[in-house]
Design a protein around this ligand. Structure first.
Ligand SMILES: [Zn+2]
Length: 480
């Protein structure tokens, strides 16, 4: 049996182009060879049919727009590992990477890989549900699939599906026709939870349409609204043996999502910041998890706004601020040592556009290393205390998405009445243990009030900012 030579690689960072946090090369966890492959779920490629050629892996916490030089380095490393004559390529990307000069980084990666290997090599891309899909990406990839869950619990499964689809294309020797539809609406991803309606039924109807039409794959990405780009927002891509089927399938699924537009709304309890701690105080279920949604590091915000901390300090409750980015404060805490006390200025070190800082006397309770969201070392941290309020201050921007990560911050969530996290909806590991979760509508770069964002590059109007927005049903791209 002739083996297919398959190259696999991953570059992932979700961008928030409104964020002032400028990513650097050191933010990326970069691996090559077997260590890179161990980060991916490539089980379908583990077959006698396939010779795997390891590529590179680069992953970083969401941040502001990626500087061109950092991107060029990451892409250069990927291209250097790419052999001249593979049969197939599997790329695991985020889909909402925005790069200085290039625009969509995901499109540029795919374009550059295609340019290198030529038209005949099959390229399969697996992405996040929150990808902002550019027609350039669809033009250069042979097939694209994405997570079907939000919050995401099918990351591994999606990569495996991307590999399986690649093998199918390699066996067929022919690429499918594609149709990409974009929808003129913008919501925060927090309005679309796939375990709940309407998204749950929409996914099921999408599957039914895929079966009915015989489409090879239908991929819905809901987009990520904090990237000011032409191709922001929800899209549907359908693949089939012929263009008519692809267009029919994509058109039908896109219309389903459009027709449900009035039903996308927050499914968790929401409140304004000034009411957050009242809710916690009166709650019988504790701890109450309060999402500082405007400063959500997993949506690329800086994570250095001290607004919720300032509100917490007026309280008598036991409150944990589970994550505040402030490298100088961590440095200061290390100089003082555990048990010491000093005047600290917390917050506002990355986001200089506002005055959201907190000043006051804090005790250094403990020092340690913070765990990253993918199990990596996320750098030094200090647990600071003032009155009944504890703050985990981190030298790097952290994604505090599980009780284990909070534990490495030196705190146990169950010791508090309220836990403030710089997230949107809670990630599964926190949602599981949270007796109650409230979405706090704080201001910031990841504001949940998308209608307040002033876009420069997004074609207007968009729903729901303009409720009269119409959808014309014209494909953004058709590919034979
Ligand atoms: Zn996502």
């Amino acid at each position: 049996m002739p083996a297919f030579r398959v190259f696999a690689a991953s570059i992932q960072q979700e961008t928030n182009s409104l964020s002032v946090a400028v990513p650097t090369l050191t933010d990326f966890d970069r691996l090559t060879g077997d260590a890179a492959m161990a980060k991916l779920s490539l089980e379908p490629l583990d077959s006698p049919e396939v010779t795997l050629i390891p590529g590179t892996y680069a992953h970083a916490v969401p941040s502001g727009r990626l500087p061109r030089a950092v991107f060029d380095t990451l892409l250069g490393e990927l291209l250097e590992a790419l052999p001249a004559d593979p049969d197939g390529i599997f790329l695991y990307l985020h889909g909402a990477l925005d790069v200085e000069h290039y625009g969509s980084g995901d499109a540029e990666i795919t374009r550059a890989v295609r340019e290198r290997v030529g038209r005949d090599v099959k390229i399969s891309v697996a992405m996040d549900f929150h990808a902002n899909v550019s027609p350039v990406l669809i033009e250069h990839a042979d097939i694209v699939c994405a997570y079907r869950t939000a919050p995401h619990v099918d990351m591994e499964e999606t990569q495996r599906r991307g590999c399986t689809l690649l093998l199918e294309l390699l066996r067929r020797g022919k690429s499918p026709a594609a149709c990409l539809m974009h929808l003129p609406m913008l919501f925060t991803g927090d309005c679309v939870i796939t375990e709940n309606e309407p998204a749950k039924s929409l996914m099921m109807r999408q599957d039914a349409i895929q079966k009915e039409t015989g489409a090879l794959q239908i991929t819905t990405c809901f987009g990520q609204p904090w990237v000011d780009t032409r191709w922001v927002g929800p899209s549907v891509t359908a693949y089939a043996d012929n263009l008519e089927t692809a267009r029919d399938a994509a058109g039908r699924v896109a219309k389903l999502w459009w027709d449900a537009r009035a039903e996308f709304r927050f499914l968790t309890e929401t409140c304004m910041p000034e009411h957050a701690f009242d809710i916690a105080r009166k709650s019988e279920k504790k701890p109450v998890f309060l999402s500082d949604s405007g400063d959500n590091t997993t949506a690329g915000a800086a994570g250095d706004r001290a607004g919720m901390l300032n509100l917490a300090l007026t309280e008598q409750q036991r409150i944990l601020i589970a994550g505040l980015t402030d490298a100088p404060a961590v440095e200061q805490a290390y100089r003082i040592g555990a048990g010491g006390r000093a005047e600290f200025t917390l917050g506002g070190t990355l986001d200089h556009t506002h005055a959201d800082v907190c000043q006051g006397m804090f005790e250094v309770v403990s020092l340690g290393q913070m765990l990253g969201w993918y199990g990596e070392d996320a750098g030094r941290r200090a647990l600071l205390r003032r009155g009944t309020v504890d703050v985990i201050v981190t030298e790097n921007r952290c994604a505090v998405i599980s009780p284990e990560i909070i534990r490495t911050g030196g705190a146990d969530v169950f010791a508090y009445d309220a836990v403030v996290v710089k997230l949107g909806y809670l990630y599964p590991a926190l949602a599981e243990i949270a007796p109650r979760a409230v979405f706090v509508m704080t201001e910031g770069e990841s504001t949940a009030r998308v209608e307040t964002i002033r876009y420069q590059n997004v074609p207007l109007p968009v729903y729901p900012a303009d409720p009269e927005t119409r959808y014309d049903g014209i494909p953004a791209l058709l590919k034979k």
